[in-house]
Write a protein that binds this ligand. Structure first.
Ligand SMILES: [Zn+2]
Length: 214
């Protein structure tokens, strides 16, 4: 089974990806992880990617293309894969279709995690992280016993820069601008399955299993 998972920041995409990989024994393909690995291993592609990353620029599609092609050509991929965080744009979706066609493979399902924007904002902006032990809290869903203090180590709880409303709004805007065309692209092939992410993780995963027919 060859899968894609799509979801805005805060929809629980990471958690669902791990569960899917465990349940269906598919290979988790994350471009972020692959880029970091290529950079660490100083491969040709990694060195190229690093040039952009150190300048704080987006890694160009040509480099992503090479990384994806290399990964999909490996043998373990035949047991199925889950793409997470890719394709990010319409152009990348077209490129992926090309690569897969060349390998005689195809996407079977695109899981689209849906979450109301207001719920998502509450989820993210209510997050607090311990500055010492990194334990994650939420002012409504998982508050610490003493306001602003970590239950585990007594460290100070802080809000990460990424978790402020301003940062989230910018990220969401960018996410929707690039992802909407990707969803539309797969929609024309009837591959997109919407899953309600406004539930407990177990319930979301149950819905994913139902969508995948297992
Ligand atoms: Zn702590």
């Amino acid at each position: 089974m060859n899968l894609l998972i799509i979801g805005a920041p805060g929809t629980g995409k990471g958690t669902m990806s791990s569960l899917i990989v465990d349940e269906y024994k598919v290979v988790h393909v994350s471009t972020g992880d692959m880029l970091r690995e290529a950079v660490a291993n100083k491969t040709e592609v990694g060195l190229k990617a690093n040039e952009y990353m150190t300048k704080g620029q987006l890694v160009p599609d040509s480099v992503i293309h090479d990384i994806i092609s290399e990964r999909l050509a490996k043998n373990d991929i035949k047991q199925g894969f889950l793409f997470d965080g890719y394709p990010r744009t319409y152009e990348q979706a077209l490129d992926l279709a090309d690569i897969l066609k060349g390998l005689n493979m195809k996407i079977d399902c695109v899981i689209n995690l849906n979450l109301d924007e207001e719920v998502l904002k509450k989820r993210i902006t209510g997050r607090r992280v311990c500055s010492k032990c990194k334990e994650i809290y939420h002012i409504e869903n998982k508050p610490s016993k003493v306001d602003g203090i970590c239950d585990k180590c007594g460290g100070e709880l802080i809000q990460r820069k990424d978790d402020t409303l301003e940062s989230l709004s910018t990220r969401l805007e960018a996410y929707h601008a690039s992802t909407k065309p990707v969803i539309d692209y797969y929609q024309q092939f009837g591959l997109v399955k919407d899953v309600n992410a406004d539930q407990k993780p177990e319930a979301v995963f149950k819905d994913i299993k139902a969508v995948l027919g297992a």
